[in-house]
Design a protein around this ligand. Structure first.
Ligand code: PHE
Length: 451
């Protein structure tokens, strides 16, 4: 007999794909991917990243959804149940705890950056009503980062939006938010790529993105590419496990997995193809753009193109929405856990409690951009340090353990029950990736980076 989740269920396959894609596609694709590529030497980084998606990301994505759907409860409780069922150590529950902690850490800075997109949306709204144009995007961005109150305000606004949706629950909250807005963002990105083609710099941009220069690569690059792969697919912190718990039986996990990974990768590459022609055509340096890259480059294009204000408004507005459909998935695993612990009536309070914690932590990121910008931990400012611990270390570690759990702890019957339509040969490949290839790759990258 199949269980259903007490938190609600996705109403259809499409809804799951939209929600999971909504989680995957976000700041990771449009803000982080371009600047990580810019800071890590272009093509070689992109190639390593794509390799990580295919060999590590996609298989683990399937494993997370599968584990979630079998357990039907929040990650910690799902892992507890599955460990008992399979007769293995209770220690595997630790994966769920890594997920909760990583989620709170990531949400803390994610909300700050999403706040920047809200601020930019607002700047374009003001322009519509005669406000000053963003004629020097570098200065505009620096002014924002230098203003802790402004940053805190937008950080708070974004966190409120996030809690609002999570508190409403799966059908009422999450589904409604993703149905129309994700496709709109996709179309807008495509239009930006078309604009990029008119600049005459598309060839150079594509060369930067896809022609690898291996001389700029080191152990750190591999770690960052791996971290980016986990971050962009929302993997390693049980987000996809949580969403899998709401996935009705009878929907093919390999198919939805491929759909989500493919869409996510396409959006990241499209973002690259949209941004780098602009960067090049305005004479900016494509290398070393830093976290401000899209905020300091794209407004130049919006000022230059017809209807640019409307375009800028739509772009940053939709980016904020993409961040929103991701941030709700950062909050959901911990919220679902508290709900199971303290009762279904407590969803609102559970969401508020976790979000408040994340919000307070986020103030550290806010301050690290101005008042505390001199503070360095292991050579990084506070925000970059939190990002490093959560994205580059905790997510790959969580993913590694999930791969081992799915590969070695779960028995074949459970796996096959969740993957009935997968041809035997593919199943064997997948299981082998879970058992050996993915854990080994992650381990090598982690060890090399730490040593
Ligand atoms: N995948 C999201 C993005 O690319 C971020 C995220 C990470 C969401 C981990 C949930 C869990 O923006």
């Amino acid at each position: 007999m199949d269980k259903t989740s007490i938190h609600g269920m996705w109403s259809s396959r499409l809804m799951f794909i939209l929600a999971a894609t909504g989680s995957a596609v976000g700041l990771g694709n449009i803000w982080r991917f371009p600047y990580m590529t810019s800071d890590n030497g272009g093509g070689a980084f992109v190639l390593v990243y794509l390799g990580c998606i295919l060999l590590v990301g996609l298989p683990i994505l399937m494993a997370e959804i599968l584990i979630g759907r079998h357990g039907r409860v929040s990650p910690v409780n799902t892992l507890r149940g599955l460990a008992r069922e399979s007769g293995v150590s209770r220690g595997w529950v630790g994966i769920g705890w890594i997920g909760i902690v990583a989620g709170i850490l990531i949400l803390s800075f994610y909300s700050v950056v999403a706040g920047w997109t809200l601020h930019y949306t607002f700047l374009y709204v003001k322009q519509l009503f005669g406000g000053a144009p963003i004629s020097d995007p570098g200065a505009t961005f620096a002014a924002l980062l230098g203003d802790p109150l402004e940053l805190t305000f937008w950080h708070a606004a974004f966190m409120l939006l996030t809690v609002g949706v999570v508190a409403l629950g799966v059908e009422k909250g999450l589904e409604r938010a993703v149905r129309f807005l994700m496709p709109a963002l996709f179309v807008l990105l495509l239009l930006l790529v078309v604009y990029g083609m008119t600049t005459g710099y598309m060839g150079q941009a594509a060369a930067f993105l896809f022609r690898p220069d291996w001389s700029v690569i080191d152990g750190g690059t591999f770690l960052r590419a791996m971290g980016q792969a986990f971050f962009t697919l929302s993997l390693g912190m049980c987000t996809m496990m949580t969403y899998g718990a709401y996935l009705p039986k009878g929907i093919s996990i390999p198919r939805v997995g491929v759909a989500v990974a493919l869409t996510d990768t396409c959006v990241a590459l499209l973002a690259g193809l949209a941004i780098f022609p602009v960067v090049l055509s305005f004479g900016l340096d494509p290398a070393g753009g830093g976290p401000g890259l899209i905020f300091t480059s794209l407004p130049l294009a919006f000022e230059a193109m017809p209807f640019g204000i409307l375009y800028g408004l739509a772009f940053f507005g939709l980016l904020a929405v993409a961040a929103w459909t991701s941030s709700i998935s950062l909050l959901e695993p911990a919220t679902a856990f508290l709900v199971e612990r303290f009762g279904v009536k407590r969803r609102k309070r559970a969401a508020i409690a976790i979000a408040s914690l994340s919000w307070v932590l986020g103030l550290l990121s806010v301050l690290s951009l101005n008042r505390l910008s001199g503070v360095r931990i292991l050579g990084r400012d506070i925000m970059t340090f939190i990002e490093f611990i959560a994205n580059d270390l905790m997510l790959p570690l969580g993913g590694l353990l999930i791969a081992l759990f799915a590969g070695w702890a779960l028995n074949r019957t459970i796996l096959r029950e969740q993957l009935p339509d997968m041809p035997e040969a593919l199943f064997l490949v997948w299981r082998w990736l879970m058992r050996v290839v993915a854990p080994l790759l992650v381990l090598i990258v982690l060890v090399r980076a730490v040593v």
